[in-house]
Design a protein around this ligand. Sequence first.
Ligand SMILES: *[C@@H]1O[C@H](CO)[C@@H](O)[C@H](O)[C@H]1NC(C)=O
Length: 335
Amino acid sequence: MKWSIGYGLGVCLLALCWFQTSQAITHFEDMCRLFKTGIKIRKPGTCDSYIQCASGHGMEYQCTNGQNFDASSQKCVAATTANKAVCANVCEGLDDMWVSDPTDCANYFYCWNSVAYLGHCENKEHFNETTQSCEYISDSLCVEVANICKLVPSGTKFRREADCSDYYECGKTGSHTLKSCSNQYFDVELGKCMAKDKVECSAHSKKKICVDSKNKPVTGYVSDGATCRGYFSCNYYGSVADVDPIWLQCPEGQFFDKDIQKCAKPSSVVCTFNRCEGRGTMFVTSSKNNCHNYIQCENNVEVAEFTCLWDYFFDEAHQTCTKAMIYDGCCDGRD
Ligand SMILES: *[C@@H]1O[C@H](CO)[C@@H](O)[C@H](O)[C@H]1NC(C)=O
């Protein structure tokens, strides 16, 4: 059921909640976790301040000499009517309608004879200017603040935190669209889709995880499709697949084995995703080339793969190539 603003306002009028303070996020520097290093974001609700992003963190700056920040050229420029408008009264010239609060997805202003009265959607819902109502977060495209793309240049691509295989792209009008990397993950620094093992990810994609190749529901534990440690637990929902499985991880130094549905020692698990995750800096057996290959891990990331000389086998336990035959489950019979 949608929260009706008309009704909400009636209640608010009686309670005089117009003057309630805004619940807006004040740490706009946090927005840098969505953007690449180097970008400058106009600070929401202001004309002359911006946030410069570096490695996911932000620093706030202010233009000097009465200049305003222009998001598209990424510079402080002389103040104009147009660039002043972004921080002016949002209700200027409007009467009896609702507009979004440029600093918070959940806030709106009711405009009455050019005067703005602040309101707030209940139950963490988001305000939508088009429908003039509060709506479920799941129906809302609002990210962080209303019209986030009016704060950055058009064409900017930014992270979607709920799923590493998605990203957003800003269009020319200040709107944004949701895009997908399908079988890859979005790298915000490079601004493009890359192989999953090349991208640091804390929200593995749940799309098509709990289905088989024929789109039939699968229950039980399945690989997260990106790491050797991570797996999803797919619940049983009859003829429909679980679309929100829980992501779990084997303890450090163990890999998920789908055949036995358990965590096991890496040398027994066939997995061609990142075999270095959770293993620090060491050499590990590769799942390629019949136990003759090994991978150099540095800080949990694969940096290079080598083949033992003289047709030797790699012995992970002793961290060396050996003449003795090795038939670890992760590599035996695989080339
Ligand atoms: C507002 O609602 C319209 C119509 O349902 C929808 O097309 C639009 O994407 C919504 N806007 C946001 C920011 O969620």
